[in-house]
Structure formats: C-alpha cells, structure tokens
Ligand binder design. Sequence first.
Ligand SMILES: [Zn+2]
Length: 276
Amino acid sequence: MKRILLTLNLALVLVSLYFFVTDKNNLSGIHAVSKTVAELEDVAVADEPVVSSGYATIKRTVEKDLQKVFPNLTISGDLKEGRMDLIKKILFDLPEDKLQNLFTFKITQIKGNNRGLGGTNTIIINDYNLSDEEFSAVLVHELGHAIDLGGIQGSPAAKKSAFNDGPNPIFVNDLSTIYYAYSWDDSQKKRSATNQLDFVSGYAMTNPFEDFAESFTYYYYHNKDFKKLAQNNEKLALKYDYMKDHVFDGFEPQTGQGDANPNRRVWDITKLAISI
Ligand SMILES: [Zn+2]
C-alpha cells in the first residue's frame, strides 16, 4: 500500500512538474511578446477553461474553416458564445497573406486586466465584460499589431531602421517604416511640427505602433470617417492611402458614418460605436 501511495505521489509530482514547466514555457513565450510594443496593453494570462460542450461543437466547426486559411493559427481560452463567428468574420475580411505569422490567439476573462495585447506572432484578448462590438474592435486593433509586426516585415540582410519593437530591430526594407515615418523620427520621438490632428486618435500618439494599429482599426470600422478626415489633413491622407495600398490591397470597406468632426479626435478608436 505504501509503495502504491509513494508511486501515486511521485506521479502527482511529475504531473504538476509537467504543468509547471508547460505553463512556464507559455508564460515565457508571452513575456517575450509583452516586452514588445504591446507592453502598454498588458498581458492577461489564465488557465484554459473547457468550453461548454454545446459551444465546443460550433467552435470546432469554425476552427476547421479557419484552419484552411490560417493553418498556423491556434485559438484557445475562455470563449463566450458567438465569439468564434465574430472572429471568423473579421479574420476572413482581413488580408490573409499578412496574418500567416499569427500562431497564437488566446482569450482570457480577467477582471482588472487590460483588454488586449498584440505582437509579432501572438494576440491576447481579455474578454472581461466586453460587448460584441468592443470585443470586435479590440480584436481588430490587436490584429493590426500582428499585421504591422508579423505580416509586414523586412529582412536582417537590410540595415536597421531608426525604429525598434522593444529589443527587436526593424529593418529599413520593412514597409511599415514608410507608415511610421509620416509622424515619427523613431520609436518614441514624433517628427517636429507634428500636430495632434495628424493622428486618428489620442492613443495613436503613444508610439508608431499604436499609431499603426489605431489607423488600421479606424480604416476597417470607420472607413468613411477616415476618408473624410483625410480630406482635411495631409498626414491622414498619407496614412489612409498607406492602409489602402499596402495593407488592405485596395479594399475600402463601406463602414462608418462619414460625419467625423475634422477638428477633433477621440482618445481610443476601439471605444467608438460600430456596426458588426
Ligand atoms: Zn495597441
């Protein structure tokens, strides 16, 4: 009996060690991402709860559809009902070739944590108290980071640019540097004579990467408004055209009301009302 208990204990130790190591690996993977530009948006990490069985079937069906277009992508975490359909709709709308480096999409529900994180290969959405609309907007914002950092890349054969994503250099042949240079000298410093109206939101003024992700979200969900603001602002005209030509391959969604005030900017694009 003692021997059985001992074996059982040993087995338990081994099992917990396995989970500890696995979890540690997960955390270190995410930590590497959080050290990038998305640090501001904080990391939300949780155990992966089991999806309720009814919804699990829907999740599997949608997952199969997504797998055909995004074979590298794994979606995990605490998914509320209906979320997979929203995710599918958004992912299928975006340029698929620029999302092939997105491997990990994790969903958590943790009170008090920030709503999202996006990096080269990973996005995390903290779906705590988010409406369908806010979930969608935060997802698009984080996908904007994934496209900027993982989908549009330069090569180490080229020189390093003035921009860097945390410890990771961004090379001069990375097309995102064209976008960054409209308003930024480097990853922190805005160009001289930069005006707040040159940005789609207050949050876009944080750094070049948030500038990109906010414009990306604005282009996708408020296209008519972005177009209107671009008529009155030279930098926004450049940013609109960049999104159209280099990110969305000419696709202009017929979204938004087109009644944005040209002399004001909101703080956060993901808080604006949208129709999904
Ligand atoms: Zn962001």
